[in-house]
Structures are given as structure tokens and as C-alpha cells.
Design a protein around this ligand. Structure first.
Ligand code: CP
Ligand code: NVA
Length: 302
């Protein structure tokens, strides 16, 4: 049995296999070909935080695969009243076949996985958001071919998405440049561990330096879920870390722009960029569906 708590839970070959399968599943859906590979299987979605894309892609994905998904917002379960994570993991494992969790502390997902007897997927923690990177790499390659050796520029917070881009460099072999304000850089321990596994990651002083001749420019909100009370402070700190036309001009002329969404136009990205010709954010959002269907099949051994 395998869990998917970070990208590093996959080998390079497994990750590649998932992207190939995602493309097949996408094609079958487009052609209206039935692909009920998980009949009778149930996915439990245990969420502590808000979600649009992740919830909908998992629920619709299970429906396409002939299975069923159960959305369990923790506030409406006994978890929200203090039932231990360990007990919840044991009980849910007796009833569902696979579980995806979105929560705050990464340790919560790890504890859940330790006590679950079915595969557990990280559907976002404060630490990482690995499902999103599968979709992002898939989207890049749909538009531009192999991402290996390409330059990805991350502009903004050293947050869960930045961490997953770092881990993705190990698995997918792109070069990553990160421009974060001082004090908001990615976790040095995670960075060191990824570098030891071969990640090529450079911390850059400013967004222009990071974007220089980049193949892909990407960013995320300045205040993530759970950081709402830091919003005003972060707006000041991150003011010069916005992806605007000037940043995109530093990148290659055929560079793409991505954002995991939800986005705040006028904060981390201007509308001219996110709604402009280099942006592939709607494909990126859709592709969550296809890659996660491949992931569900893979973890369930289909
Ligand atoms: N990108 C992403 O995970 O979106 P949601 O928060 O809407 O699930
Ligand atoms: N960094 C963001 C990503 C949302 C998909 C957050 O954690 O809120």
C-alpha cells in the first residue's frame, strides 16, 4: 500500500506513468469513452479548509471512474469535536477505500496515514500541495513538451506550493529559481533535502532575476489559508513580488504563466498577466481532474 503525502513518495518512473495515464484519461473523457476502472470504490475527502478545485476534481474524478466520493468537512464530523486523528483514520479505513485529506499541519496527514489501512492522499497542507504540481507539470508539457531541464521561476511566498515546486524538481528534473522576500523563503530543511536528491534550486534576490529567460513563471497568493490575519502585513512585504508584464518580459518570449488558483488580481499577479495570452491557468485547473484520476487508479492498484 502506498500513500501520496509529498511528491517524493513517487519515483520518477511512477510520476511519469501518472502523466501518461492522465493524458489517456483526458482523451477518453473528451471522446466520451467510458472508463469505469474503479467500480464500487469509495474515496473519503476529509477537509479542514475551503476548496473548489481539489474537492470538485476528486468528486467528479471518482464519478468518472465508476466509484463514489464522500465529502467530509471536519467541522461536520466527530474530528471537529476532538475525536483523535488516529481513531478517525482507523474507522474511515474500515469503510472507504482511499482517503484524501486537506488540513493545516502536515503532521496531521502523516499521523492519519500512519494509522490508516488504506492509501492516503495529501490534498494540501501548510507544508505541501503535491497534487497541484502533477497538474502543473502535465499542463506545461501539454503546451511545451518535456519540462526536464527547463527553467521554472517561482515568485512570491516560500509556501506549500513553493515547497512542492522544489520537490517537483527532484522528480521532474526542471531547474527552479525562487524569488521570495527576506524572511518568507522556503523551508531550508526541505530545500536542503531536495538538493541532496538532485533538485536544482536557486534562491534569487528579486523577481526579475528569477524570471530571466525562464520557461515558466508561477506564483501564488501572498497569504495562504490560515494566514488571513497576516494579510495586511504581507501586502506590504510582497508589494514588489507581483507578477506583472515587466516580470513576464524578462522571461522567454514563449514562457507560460501558471497559478494554482484562487488568485488575487492586483496582488500577486496583474490581470494583464493572468488573463493574458501566456496564461494557462484554466487548463491547469482542469488538469487537476485528469492527473488525480490517474493518481486514484495508481494508488488503488488499477
Ligand atoms: N488549487 C487548489 O487547490 O484550489 P482549491 O483550494 O480550490 O482546491
Ligand atoms: N498557498 C495556498 C494554495 C491554495 C490552493 C493556500 O495554502 O491557501
Amino acid at each position: 500500500m502506498k500513500h501520496f503525502l509529498t511528491l517524493l513518495d513517487l519515483t520518477r518512473e511512477e510520476a511519469r506513468f501518472l502523466l501518461v495515464r492522465a493524458a489517456e484519461l483526458k482523451r477518453m473523457l473528451r471522446l466520451g469513452e467510458r472508463h469505469h476502472t474503479l467500480p464500487g470504490k469509495t474515496l473519503g475527502l476529509v477537509f479542514d479548509k475551503a476548496s473548489t478545485r481539489t474537492r470538485v476534481s476528486f468528486e467528479v474524478g471518482m464519478f468518472h471512474l465508476g466509484g463514489h466520493a464522500l465529502f467530509l468537512h471536519s467541522a461536520a464530523t466527530q474530528l471537529g469535536r476532538g475525536e483523535p486523528i488516529e481513531d478517525s483514520a482507523r474507522v474511515l479505513s474500515r469503510m472507504v477505500d482511499i482517503i484524501a485529506i486537506r488540513t493545516y499541519a502536515h503532521e496531521t496527514v502523516q499521523r492519519f496515514a500512519e494509522h490508516a489501512s488504506v492509501p492516503v492522499i495529501n490534498a494540501l497542507t501548510d507544508w505541501t500541495h503535491p497534487c497541484q504540481i502533477l497538474a502543473d507539470v502535465f499542463t506545461y508539457e501539454e503546451h511545451r513538451g518535456s519540462i526536464e531541464g527547463r527553467v521554472v521561476a517561482w515568485i512570491g511566498d516560500g509556501n506549500n506550493m513553493a515547497h512542492s515546486w522544489i520537490n517537483g524538481s527532484v522528480i521532474f528534473g526542471y531547474r527552479l529559481r525562487i524569488a521570495s522576500p527576506p524572511g518568507y523563503e522556503p523551508d531550508p530543511g526541505l530545500l536542503q533535502a531536495a538538493r541532496a536528491l538532485g533538485a536544482e534550486v536557486e534562491l534569487c534576490g528579486d523577481p526579475w532575476a528569477a524570471a530571466e529567460q525562464a520557461d515558466l513563471v508561477t506564483t501564488d497568493v501572498w497569504a495562504s489559508m490560515g494566514q488571513e490575519d497576516e494579510q495586511a502585513q504581507r501586502q506590504k512585504v510582497f508589494a514588489s513580488y507581483r507578477v506583472d508584464d515587466a516580470v513576464m518580459l524578462r522571461a522567454r518570449h514563449d514562457a507560460l504563466f501558471m497559478h494554482c488558483l484562487p488568485a488575487h488580481r492586483g496582488e500577486e499577479v496583474t490581470s494583464s498577466v493572468i488573463d493574458g495570452p501566456q496564461s494557462v491557468v484554466w487548463d491547469e485547473a482542469e488538469n487537476r481532474l485528469h492527473v488525480q484520476k490517474a493518481l486514484l487508479e495508481f494508488l488503488l492498484g488499477r
